[in-house]
Design a protein around this ligand. Sequence first.
Ligand SMILES: [Zn+2]
Length: 346
Amino acid sequence: MDIQTALSQIPTATTEALEALRIQYLGQKGELTAQMQALGKLEPEARKARGAELNVIKTQLTEAISARKTELETEALNAKLAEEAIDVTLPADPTYNGRIHPITVAMEDIASALRSLGFTHAYGPEIETDDYNFTKLNLPAHHPARQDQDTFYLNPFKAEATERYLLRTQTSNVQIRTLETVKPPFRVMGIGRVYRRDYDLTHTPQFHQVEGMMVEAGTNFSHMRGVLDEFLRLYFGKPLKTRMRPHYFPFTEPSAEMDMECLFCKGTGCRVCKQTGWLEVLGCGMVHRNVLAVGGLDVAEHQGFAFGAGVERLAMLKYGVPDLRLFYESHAAFLRQFGKPAISAA
Ligand SMILES: [Zn+2]
């Protein structure tokens, strides 16, 4: 047994080599263990001296092995810590909170602008009868203007059927329902979903409209112009030049389409406004006498105006979005760009 060789090997031994050395000398069948067992064969005097000697060797070996073991464990721990270290100065992965959809934001902004002009919310169902969607709005059966709106009908036409149901093609059903139930004077708005069988760059089968109607004694066309100018100023957040062009709607007379100065070129002409400097924003007019009469009002006594606009159109113009379908294709990056935070940072 060469104790000096063992003691010189221990300080540089690997974990496996160290264990091998421990077994070689101190194991049950180890060299030192064997010598200890051999003590019994010696004379008492010699046994005492050799025993003390062997104990010193055992202590040296045990301490050296233990010290090396501690050293190896510390090395292993340090290596592990270095490997698993987290650099807290690195930028974190971005996290995103949910945002309110830009169309919902637009509807809230539109409602808020109209509320400040005295309009209150009115209701019209999305599943509507042919009567309220067309006939009572001065669009009798076979009226050619019905062709302009590709309607989703819910039950097939039968001569004997009393009601024909459809998905409303316009929020104007709110007009009739209000006229039938609310006594003038009133200013109401209806904002919600409408449906048409159409799908391209500027049409989706389901979209949103805002409808407004004001019926008050003496209401005239210039009141309408003033209200609409103010509405656009509030919604777009700045005063805008507007103009009106004569138009035809079955439920208003006279009717007009309203344009506002192009938001993108400020009237000088660009691709969005097709070089005209103007953007078409809404349709409007004085409520048709036939519609007032259907609503049960005395047309000699009452008059009012109504207007309607596409919510998506207003949102596209406000945010400069070129394709309507982007609003409905659930691209997270797009929605993050235009939506509003669900919870304010304050
Ligand atoms: Zn323009």
